[in-house]
Design a protein around this ligand. Structure first.
Ligand SMILES: [Zn+2]
Ligand SMILES: [Zn+2]
Length: 353
């Protein structure tokens, strides 16, 4: 939802911009003037500019500088459509609306003579004055010091976009279209900024490990790993046969049974070098020390890998999942002072284990 605030001098064309945004951009209009007129009528005051200024300044002094526009903002939010809050006359109002987000302030101005003529042609009850009064009113509204009193000059200065309305309607409309394109672009950029969450270092390296795993050649566990020190990748590895030997994906698994002490028999594919082992052999091949490094892998390393990890000087192991038979490795890491972290407590299983 976009909230457009409009500020500007009297007769500059605020109403024209409002009409344009309603007609061509589907905006809903919330007007300070209507809000104040209602209040003036309730108090049975004369419906002129003096009453407007007096009532506005009084309400702002009593309830806070942004009271009126905040009331209008609440209505706009309830309505849910893109809205115009008009007109903005104090810096306090601008601060309040900005803090709510999705707010853009447009300022429109034109030469005083042109504006005076427009105001006379408009002939509204609050505008029926001579040129000197027009200028005198304006000077009074231009430079209040208090954020609760009108200070159009400051409002215009702090606007996000300025429009010049000395020309034709079409020239004004062209400016509005340019501004609205920019507003749309900024909203889009802000939204993409909000929805984008940068991954943590652990998430980042785990994602790299999972990408490395795609090269694995045994479907009993296509796992990969990366070994990292000081946030930099030292080596990578994935499950695969020793170099030059056929892969499981080509010739099938090479199963061996293991008979455990309790009589349990488990089946393992022994054709492959594990991801962790391949990372460690890569380090050996290229002469890279893994001392004080961190290893990222898919699940708790097996007993053999755990022993190699300990002796490489790897100090931290981060696993995406817990292996179903992880206790031995976990105990060894604990005894050796290697810290072990899991992304998920979920146990990873596969058939025939
Ligand atoms: Zn295999
Ligand atoms: Zn292993």
């Amino acid at each position: 939802m976009i909230i457009i605030g409009i500020t500007g001098t009297l007769g500059a064309g605020k109403g024209t911009i409002v009409d344009y945004l309603i007609r061509n951009r589907g905006f809903v209009h919330f007007s300070v003037r209507q809000f104040l007129l209602k209040e003036i009528r309730r108090r049975k005051l004369p419906e002129n500019r003096d009453s407007m200024v007096a009532v506005a300044n009084e309400l702002r002094a009593k309830h806070g500088p942004s009271y009126i526009v905040e009331q209008l903002h609440d209505l706009a939010v309830k309505n849910g459509k893109n809205a115009i809050v008009e007109s903005i006359r104090t810096t306090g109002e601008i601060d309040a609306l900005r803090s709510k987000g999705g707010f853009f302030l447009l300022a429109v101005d034109a030469d005083a003579r042109i504006r005076y003529q427009r105001v006379q042609q408009r002939g509204s009850e609050t505008d029926n004055i001579d040129y000197d009064t027009f200028i005198a009113n304006e000077n009074r509204e231009m430079s209040g010091k208090d954020p609760a009193t009108q200070n159009l000059m400051k409002c215009i200065e702090t606007a996000d976009f300025a429009l010049d309305n000395n020309g034709t309607f079409q020239q004004l409309f062209d400016q509005i279209e340019r501004i609205m394109s920019e507003v749309d672009a900024r909203i889009k950029a802000a939204n993409s900024g909000i929805s984008y969450r940068r991954p943590s270092w652990d998430e980042y390296f785990m994602e790299v490990a999972n990408t490395v795993a795609k090269r694995a050649t045994c479907d009993r566990g296509r796992s990969g790993c990366v070994v990292v020190r000081d946030k930099r990748i030292l080596v990578t590895g994935y499950v695969g046969s020793p170099i030059g030997l056929p892969h499981c994906d080509e010739v099938g698994h090479l199963f061996k049974k293991t008979i455990h002490d309790d009589g349990r028999i488990t089946t393992h594919c022994v054709r492959t070098v594990h991801a962790e082992q391949n990372a460690i052999t890569q380090a050996a091949r290229y002469g890279i020390s893994l001392d004080n490094s961190t290893l990222y892998c898919r699940m708790t390393p097996c007993r053999t890998c755990a022993m190699l990890i300990i002796n490489c000087g790897i100090k931290r192991v981060v696993c995406e999942f817990r292996y179903h038979d992880a206790k031995e490795s976990e105990d060894m890491f604990g005894d050796a002072g290697v810290s072990l972290d899991y992304f998920n407590d979920e146990v990873l299983t596969y058939d025939n284990q």
